[in-house]
Design a protein around this ligand. Structure first.
Ligand code: ADP
Ligand code: ASP
Ligand code: MG
Length: 414
């Protein structure tokens, strides 16, 4: 008998009516002869509401207590969905993350799953009971509740699929699949039939919120076929897997973006061998993640160092740098907000330098200034003014023919 993991996101479980609709889907798969593990998010808006309440109490609420608070959202959904399934005549049992045996490392707010004890759920599956697990949460060795980071229910679902050897993991959401870019921002965005793990991983890390990056990581490492599909229609979704057949030769598969980017620059930083590492050490000591980094050597003695951070972390970043101004040996600290990062992603671009050139050319034509650049084998990211983001997305989507099916894909020099 096949085992299927079905994950429903916040919008898909936002009301009792939607829970009923989700339950009908689950029953369909159950009646088709599958064993079922369902993973759910908090009802739409709940996590944001809980966070807002915590913020009324403190600007920096205790991380431990924040996780205790946020984990309640998913607990509401598992109970309600189980009730709906029972009401429809099916056996269903809810499990919190810890009841389901999900162990995590001890880092609040962005914990990684370290192990899953499958012995707790297995007996239910064997008896044909529908198992409903709270996403986004787990427990540390010492018994503290943790959460996996925003959007982390995707990761719970894939990790359970891997631990139980599921044949597939279906991610039900409010779009019909993975698109060439966020369809809320670009009208021309096109749904992809399939996409490789590597491309999806890159898109997810670069801001495509449709899947939690770590979920894609787990899926790739454990060869779990992921399907992203709509909980509101029966349209076929997007399959995420190792090899993509139909659109293999496409150079750029999609665009991702992040808003709320800030840039910090240290002018006249000492050119000593340890200066850069000392800067990043003090930032890391505050658990602040930095993103794009650019260094310009001015002369023998001095260098300018720029990097980006999330706008929400800017004040903390500036504080820690100012506190250590003396030991870090820099002349001036400047910063800029209101920026965005826009990235093109596609495994076909690895051996095609013309793709990056075409991206810069396209942005220049629209008078969009590129402030920083970062590249890897399968992506090019640029930092631009946030107000130019809609224009950048539209023009790049067009340049790389993303709205069109494979046969007309972009080739440098065409
Ligand atoms: P859920 O609550 O179901 O997990 P999310 O809001 O986390 O849903 O993810 C779905 C949203 O992701 C979509 O509504 C869409 O706006 C956004 N999104 C961003 N990039 C993409 C993309 N490339 N393809 C599809 N959706 C995307
Ligand atoms: N409820 C959490 C969030 O809103 C986790 C999730 O939905 O995946 O981020
Ligand atoms: Mg999500």
């Amino acid at each position: 008998m096949a085992l299927l993991v079905m994950k429903f996101g916040g919008t898909s479980v936002a009301t009792v009516e939607r829970l009923r609709r989700a339950a009908d889907r689950i029953i369909q798969e159950k009646e088709a002869g599958n064993q079922i593990i369902v993973v759910v998010s908090a009802m739409g808006g709940t996590t944001d509401d809980l966070l807002a309440k915590a913020k009324q109490i403190s600007n920096h609420p205790s991380k431990r207590e924040t996780d205790v608070l946020l984990s309640t959202g998913e607990q509401v959904t598992i109970a309600l969905l189980s009730m709906v399934l029972i009401e429809k005549g099916y056996e269903a049992v809810s499990f919190t993350g810890w009841q389901a045996g999900i162990r995590t490392e001890a880092s609040y707010g962005r914990a990684r799953i370290s192990a899953i004890d499958t012995s707790l759920i297995r007996p239910c599956l064997r008896q044909g009971v529908i198992v409903v697990v709270a996403g986004f949460q787990g427990m540390t060795e010492s018994g503290d509740i943790t959460t996996l980071g925003r959007g982390g229910s995707d990761t719970s679902a894939v990790a359970l699929a891997a631990a139980f050897g599921a044949s597939r993991c279906d991610i039900y959401t409010d779009v019909t699949g993975v698109f060439t870019t966020d369809p809320r921002y670009v009208d021309q965005a096109r749904k992809l039939r399939e996409i490789s793990y590597d491309e999806m991983l890159e898109l997810a890390y670069l801001g495509a919120g449709v899947l939690h990056p770590r979920a894609v990581e787990y899926a790739k490492d454990n060869h779990i076929e992921l399907v992203v599909r709509s909980s509101f229609s029966n349209e076929p979704g997007t399959v995420i897997k190792e090899e993509v057949g139909m659109e293999k030769t496409k150079l750029v598969r999609g665009l991702a973006f992040e808003k709320n980017v800030s840039k910090v620059t240290l002018l006249g930083l000492s050119n000593s061998v340890s200066a850069v590492s000392r800067v990043f050490d003090v930032i890391a000591s505050k658990q602040i993640s930095i993103d794009v980094i650019v260094q310009n050597v001015l002369d023998e003695a001095q260098t300018n160092l720029s990097f980006t951070v999330d706008r929400d972390l800017l004040d903390e970043t500036l504080d820690v740098l100012r506190t250590h101004e003396k030991d870090l040996e820099f002349n001036r600290l400047i910063f800029e907000s209101g920026l965005a990062k826009v990235s093109i992603v596609g495994s076909g671009m690895a051996s095609n330098p013309g793709v990056a050139a075409e991206m810069f050319h396209t942005l220049a034509k629209e008078k969009i200034k590129v402030k920083m650049i970062s590249t890897s084998e399968i992506k090019v990211s640029t930092i631009i003014d946030e107000e130019k983001l809609p224009a950048a997305l539209d023009t790049l989507h067009e340049t790389f023919h993303l709205a069109e099916e494979e046969s007309n894909s972009f080739r440098p020099g065409n």
